[in-house]
Design a binder for this molecule. Sequence first.
Ligand SMILES: Nc1nc2c(ncn2[C@@H]2O[C@H](COP(=O)(O)OP(=O)(O)O)[C@@H](O)[C@H]2O)c(=O)[nH]1
Ligand SMILES: [Mg+2]
Length: 240
Amino acid sequence: MTLTVKDPLGDHFKAFEAIEERTIDSSYAAIRVDGRAFHTLTKSMEKPFDFRFVQAMNAAARAAANAYHNVAFAYVQSDEISFILYRGSTGYPFNGRTQKLITLAASAASAAFAVSLERVDLESPPIFDGRIISLDSAIEVENYLSWRRLDCMKNAVSSCCNALFTQEELHGRTTRERQEMLQGTVFEHIDDGLFYGRFVCREVFEKTGPGGEIAQRHRWIVIPGDRKHAGSLIAGLPSV
Ligand SMILES: Nc1nc2c(ncn2[C@@H]2O[C@H](COP(=O)(O)OP(=O)(O)O)[C@@H](O)[C@H]2O)c(=O)[nH]1
Ligand SMILES: [Mg+2]
């Protein structure tokens, strides 16, 4: 006997769900997650850069990068993380369903960030929103990263200036002028990982098993997000 279960309500709502469903099929994609109202979360933190906050953002990037097999690397700056995905020969996970891809990145980042930060208000835990961007070529990946890096550099200069100068002193000053104001101060040389942002990328290493067999493994490492490192990561992207 065949048991057929009719589910008219399910069919009804699945049809509505399908209307909202989009898929992605471009060669590359960026999923960017951003901390929700993190100006409030960071109010009592070290300014302009809080070491534990930076560590928690790196942890969030590693955790969410582990959620898909198609993540080439991630770029982290301030309270945002961009995951660079490639379609490759196997295609995107979940057949490229954007809602799945975005929500998974945002939830994995939120959970890992909260665990790493330890100090979490359960009534109002730190959460990330997300969006996805199609990138049709490696050049577009490069352009996308240049855009986010420029934002990082501008914000880094602004945050350092805000920590040292009054609003009157900064009023009407361009980023270049602000950068000059930092000469001779403690922020003259900002750490590269804070000034350019950071890449979280794979480092391959060999592990010897109990029988002496050698297996290749990878771990996520953090390197500065400057143009040179971007160039070598982009050159290593799968080209399909
Ligand atoms: N104190 C501190 N604040 C930071 C740090 N990194 C990022 N932020 C803050 O995080 C916020 C991120 O900006 P944005 O996403 O536009 O604001 P949001 O909408 O409140 O999340 C800004 O207020 C930054 O100053 C940090 O290392 N220390
Ligand atoms: Mg934010």
